[in-house]
Design a protein around this ligand. Structure first.
Ligand code: BG6
Length: 489
């Protein structure tokens, strides 16, 4: 579907997200021919500088996040000509006039405000847009995470933003929902009959969801110290993945049909008790170590770090979903920085066979396992038992591999490319509704409070490992192992 002409305003336009993700994503869609000839990208920031100076920064910074393979100087020059820079104080409506001056009539041109700023500014930006008559009925607003620091602040943001924009105008972004593999999970579950009958407590033993990063906090210390792994990854990305795995079939892929089902999952998460908070949540912080053979410092020794910081860089949780479909099936979720590998995957482990007709005992049968790989590349792996060739009947685990890049040989779209296109098209399915956001905070909040009360320190783990030993015990207590621990050497 071709896009209508648009004015896209990026608040925080000179910031890290804009340079690393948003501008490169918009360039990629321009290169693909998706952007209308006169579409404008208006970057807003605090610093006084001209558009020409801003474009110099874009040249130095954003350009380095575009792969050489997809870079064309000609396309880039035309793309940069769309960019305008405006300096204003986001919290002061009297400074907004330059924005009024560049925006075109929102009844003929799609108008989007993308707030890639700290969440503390969301409410005042929305009110200021309204005061300046810029938040019209047709306008869309995109809210980048973190959407609050806890339930109360998330509610406050929702409430303030809703004074200016209707729910149908608000796009709360979780870029994991824009990943190819997440969409493929919907296709796998609801475009095939094969798995759905087995997708339940009778046949599934456990589900593991891992987002592991080799990178440390880098130059985002200021933000990360206000966040930590629970707020940065678990409350949003991991819970959204859990929703897609666990939700009932939606009636269609229309926004509310999908979001209603995800909401039911979030509301069915078993609330923590003092006992399960102590047992089922592990928090860690990386120490010095080696990642890919390179020595890296401890979190507390990173540039501008607080040497006494207790911010967690790792969290693992055992979650349970109180529904007929999932009662008793543990969902183990974990994420960490400076881990042994860079990967994101969902592992659905099926139950063991009930009885062996072969000479081998049932314990020598590896349970079937479906691995949905999101990163580094997207693909599927199905583990089955097969007979080894030759005389006799010996069974061995084998893998069916599906590599989507190899299968489709089509260019991959980054999550931000897809989600920006969806915003510009007015397609809300892959964005979170206010009630989902609040339900996710509601479940996570007791963990935050528990950590505050206990005042306990995060457990140390060496960089380049899979997190603190307590993470293995969390799953080991149930007689299970994380997938990398269960793999043959
Ligand atoms: C972001 C977090 O939302 O997701 C970052 O703020 C994290 O800390 C990033 O590194 C991971 O995203 P991806 O797509 O690189 O896995």
């Amino acid at each position: 579907m071709a896009l209508t002409d648009f004015d896209l305003v990026l608040f925080g336009g000179g910031g890290d997200l804009s340079m690393r993700k948003l501008i490169p994503a918009l360039y990629a869609r321009d290169r693909a021919g998706d952007l209308p000839a006169t579409a404008q990208i208006i970057c807003v920031g605090r610093n006084e500088r001209s558009t020409a100076e801003f474009i110099e920064t874009v040249n130095e910074n954003a350009k380095s996040h575009i792969s050489e393979k997809t870079f064309s100087q000609n396309v880039w020059d035309k793309f940069c000509a769309r960019i305008k820079y405006i300096a204003l104080d986001a919290s002061d409506a009297t400074t907004y006039q330059p924005l009024n001056d560049v925006l075109r009539d929102s009844s003929s041109v799609t108008r989007v405000f993308y707030l890639a700023t700290p969440p503390t500014l969301f409410a005042s930006i929305c009110h200021n847009l309204s005061a300046r008559g810029l938040a019209t009925e047709q306008t869309r607003v995109v809210l980048e995470k973190p959407l609050g620091r806890d339930l109360a602040s998330a509610k406050q943001i929702n409430q303030e933003v809703s004074q200016v924009f209707k729910e149908s105008q608000i796009y709360r972004i979780d870029h994991y929902l824009g990943k190819e593999a997440v969409q493929n999970l919907l296709a796998l579950r609801f475009g095939n009959v094969l798995f759905e009958p087995l997708w339940r407590r009778e046949w599934i033993s456990d589900v593991q969801i891992t987002i592991a990063e080799e990178l440390g906090v880098g130059n985002r210390m200021g933000y990360y110290e206000t966040s930590g792994a629970l707020r940065d990854m678990m409350q949003n990305h991991l819970l959204q993945l859990l929703c897609i795995v666990a939700m009932e079939p939606p009636l269609s892929v229309t926004p509310d049909a999908v979001r209603d089902e995800k909401l039911k999952v979030l509301r069915s998460l078993k609330p923590f008790t003092q006992n399960t908070l102590a047992k089922n949540v592990v928090r860690g912080q990386y120490r010095a170590g080696h990642v890919n053979g390179v020595a890296v410092p401890a979190y507390r020794q990173e540039k501008t770090a607080d040497p006494d910081s207790n911010t967690e860089t790792f969290v693992a949780v055992k979650a349970e979903i109180d529904t007929w479909r999932w009662a008793g099936v543990p969902f183990y979720l974990r994420t960490g920085k400076r881990m042994a590998d860079q990967l994101a995957e969902i592992v659905v482990r099926f139950k063991s066979i009930p009885h062996s007709i072969f000479a081998q005992s049932t314990s020598s049968f590896q349970p079937n396992c479906l691995v949905i790989r999101l990163q580094p590349d997207d693909g599927l792996q199905l583990n089955l038992m097969a007979k080894t060739p030759g005389d006799g009947m010996r069974l061995k685990p084998v893998e069916l591999e599906l590599d989507f890049a190899e299968t489709f040989k089509a260019p991959r779209m980054d999550a931000y490319e897809r989600l920006l296109l969806d915003v510009l098209r007015g397609q809300l399915t892959l964005f979170m509704r206010s009630d989902e956001l609040e339900a996710a905070w509601e479940w996570v909040e007791p963990i935050l409070r528990y950590w505050e009360q206990e005042g306990n320190e995060p457990l140390p783990y060496a960089s380049g490992t899979w997190g603190p030993a307590a993470s293995s015990s969390l799953i080991g207590r149930d007689g299970l192992q994380w997938r990398e621990e269960a793999l043959p050497e």
